[in-house]
Write a protein that binds this ligand. Structure first.
Ligand SMILES: Cc1ncc(COP(=O)(O)O)c(C=O)c1O
Length: 434
């Protein structure tokens, strides 16, 4: 017999009304679905699901060995190891790490930076959460301001970051068709027209999902617009140079007083360390430090401890250029070859030019079903991709079929997974066009 009295008839728990914050951050979001799919595929469903959805970095043997070696060095260095685990860092990040990153960027690009221009956050995602809500939303004077996304499709992870309503004002791109099977997006400057409510301009470069890299000329024009308007240009450099270097075009990274640049250690193979880096004016760094202190006291310092010597020596540049970039470039080429092998030759599919990041962005023009349905059919066959609809936010897409005709396919997993996944995709696309 149980020692406990029988439980009385179940009473449904009271509804707890949600604050605006809770309403905003708990609704169904594309990023939650994506991270749930990714988490399942990487844990309980490992070996079962063909994971071509999320942006998990590939496991690059040379980089994995490097991180294990660095961890062994830290373990052998008792004071450093104990400090890493047992001490909170300052809310803006570890001073030695911030100095090392500022020094690297100064040496490499000549930017006038010191540690006071660098803040660490718990991932680039958190950096953007703070920045988006720092610049846009409801203001004390009753006004409402928004972030201009000059080119959607844009990173799904921004879509639901607003604490409150209506954070974005987005624009459609100009689409350049290249040959029979490729295309490239450009910022449509004719239709950019930032309204008076625009508080910042934001882009990811390389862009997740499309693999687009905004050329120097487009960045220069966006930078000029931001400067003229007295607002910041936010550039999300999660995949770019100088690290992790997952960019296949020669472009010039930029920073200036009115530019806020974010970097991340994730795509170097350290997503578990949750380390984002913000490069900005000193006052913005102080603000981020204040937000960090309130929201999380301090950052995870494991990634900083692992990479500080590589930042100081500049070795991170060599690794990005000679190890990380070729790894992903080869994967991108391999996946593209498979598309040509498996997608129906008679269908009007095109792939965005592969210029960086981890993805193929495929456009199935006049696809008779929305790509959400294609996603469901593929998931039923244990193949995960991301339907493109999620990446078109901040604008009305009702009369824009293109926004329902694209999918994002990640090629970071093993050749076997990518091969089987693209073969299944080919079969489902052929059925859909029939
Ligand atoms: C464009 C872009 N920005 C930011 C992030 C966030 O990365 P993390 O928070 O791991 O630094 C990602 C992750 O996939 C991304 O693709």
């Amino acid at each position: 017999m149980s020692d406990f009295p029988p439980i009385a008839s179940p009473v449904s728990p009271p509804e707890w009304p949600k604050s605006v914050f809770a309403e905003s951050l708990t609704r169904h979001s594309g990023i939650l679905e994506l991270m749930d799919d990714l988490g399942e595929a990487m844990t309980t469903g490992r070996g079962e699901m063909l994971m071509m959805g999320g942006g998990n970095p590939g496991h690059i043997p040379e980089m994995q060995a490097l991180w294990r070696g660095r961890m062994a060095e830290l373990l052998a260095d008792t004071p450093a190891f104990d400090a890493m685990l047992a001490d909170y860092d300052q809310p803006a990040g570890n001073p030695r790490f911030r100095t090392a990153v500022a020094g690297l960027l100064r040496r490499e690009f000549g930017w006038p930076l010191g540690p006071e221009n660098i803040a660490v956050t718990n991932g680039g995602q958190t950096a953007f959460f703070c920045l988006m809500n720092r610049f846009a939303g409801d203001f004390a004077d009753g006004s409402h301001r928004r972030v201009l996304l000059p080119l959607v499709p844009e990173y799904i992870g921004y879509a639901d970051q607003g604490v409150g309503r209506d954070l974005f004002s987005a624009r459609r791109p100009a689409i350049e068709r290249i040959g029979d099977r490729e295309f490239k997006y450009h910022v449509d400057f004719e239709n950019l027209a930032p309204g008076d409510d625009i508080a910042a301009i934001a882009v990811s470069r390389p862009t997740n999902p499309s693999s687009n890299v905004l050329p120097d000329a487009e960045i220069a024009r966006l930078s000029a617009v931001a400067r003229e308007r007295g607002i910041p240009l936010l550039i999300d450099n999660a995949y770019g140079v100088p690290f992790p270097g997952v960019i296949f075009e020669e472009v010039t990274p930029v920073w200036d007083d009115h530019i806020i640049l974010t970097l991340s250690l994730s795509k170097l193979g350290l997503p578990g360390t949750r380390t984002g880096i913000v490069v900005a004016r000193e006052d913005i760094i102080r603000e981020l430090s204040a937000i960090n202190a309130i929201a999380s006291l301090a950052n995870n310092n494991v990634g900083q401890a692992l990479t500080t010597p590589l930042m100081e020596s500049g070795e991170i540049l060599r690794l990005s250029r000679d190890v990380v970039r070729p790894f992903y470039r080869a994967k991108s080429e391999f996946a593209k070859t498979l598309l040509h092998e498996h997608l129906p030759a008679g269908a009007p599919w095109r792939v965005h030019r592969g210029e960086g990041a981890f993805f193929l962005w495929i456009w199935f023009e006049n696809l008779p079903i929305p790509t959400r349905e294609l996603y469901r059919r593929l998931k039923a066959r244990k193949t995960l991709v991301i339907p493109g609809e999620y990446f078109f936010f901040g604008l009305d897409t009702a009369d824009w079929p293109h926004s329902r005709e694209c999918i994002r396919l990640s090629y970071t997993q093993s050749e076997d997974i990518v091969r089987r996944g693209i073969a299944t995709l080919g079969e489902e696309v052929a059925k859909a066009y029939r």
